[in-house]
Design a binder for this molecule. Sequence first.
Ligand SMILES: O=P(O)(O)OC[C@H]1O[C@@H](O)[C@H](O)[C@@H](O)[C@@H]1O
Length: 314
Amino acid sequence: MSMGHYSEQRPGFEVTKDWNGGDQVVIRSPRGASVLVSLHGGQVVSWRNERGEELLFTSSKAIFKPPKAMRGGIPICFPQFGNCGTLEQHGFARNRIWTVDDEAPPLNHNDNNGKASVDLLLKPSEDDLKCWPHCFEFRLRVSLSMDGDLSLVSRVRNVNGKPFSFSFAYHTYLSVSDISEVRIEGLETLDYLDNLSQRERFTEQGDAITFESEVDRVYVGSPSVIAVLDHEKKRTFIVRKEGLPDVVVWNPWDKKSKTMADFGDEEYKQMLCVDAAAVERAITLKPGEEWTGKLELSAVASTNCSDHLDYPCS
Ligand SMILES: O=P(O)(O)OC[C@H]1O[C@@H](O)[C@H](O)[C@@H](O)[C@@H]1O
């Protein structure tokens, strides 16, 4: 089924609903890049470049059935990141069924330049309101650009009579060739909260981040652009973010992998989570206020990546 409303916005792009593999929306660029978004969790479950290569990790043991989030892609952590709060781990948004929102209010002019998008909407159910008594509207726009860049824009509006606070993350499972060949640039010298030491605060010592054991950290007050370099693949992911001051870096390594039912024992070598997030300080919205958090991901040949580090989110 074609979604006329969306296909009209960018000639050459295809935006279709795919009911065979579950409730998913596919955006395909004229050059063959694609993104697949599931209504389950509002989760991006696939992002492919023009050569058809998958850029996001999905576990071979992932379970695609509600009510649990699928292990891979980009689950949305909202209204709670991790287990610091009264809600289930990473909040309920990733386990709910979202709807396609044909009436999403427009974003800034620049946000639509050369992109095709789908808009999703989540409102709390009666049950959600019992465990988190705050009325909100969460609008998620997922877009693919002509160059195959993926962008996610989240807008959370307080439609409640009272203020509320939340934490948030785009829990982004990047696909990598071999974790021991990967390096993150842009987080050097930052403070981080170490989830492996009861969130104790440490300071990174100035080198690019590499991996040789389990890592579960929240880097706080990070720059708006960071790079994840995969030497073996000669590919660099450029992560641009706005409204999201923190970056969560997670790799479960061998021991933790064996405890996760929906994750292969050796799969930690092929993934790295680098999440644009707002964790250290909660976001507070007064009645009627709206918050916006943006993530833009590009995957480029490592030799070309320096041109991409200079400009922020469009
Ligand atoms: O298994 P989940 O709930 O998807 O969480 C996976 C991981 O997500 C990371 O973001 C957290 O920092 C980790 O602590 C957590 O283990």
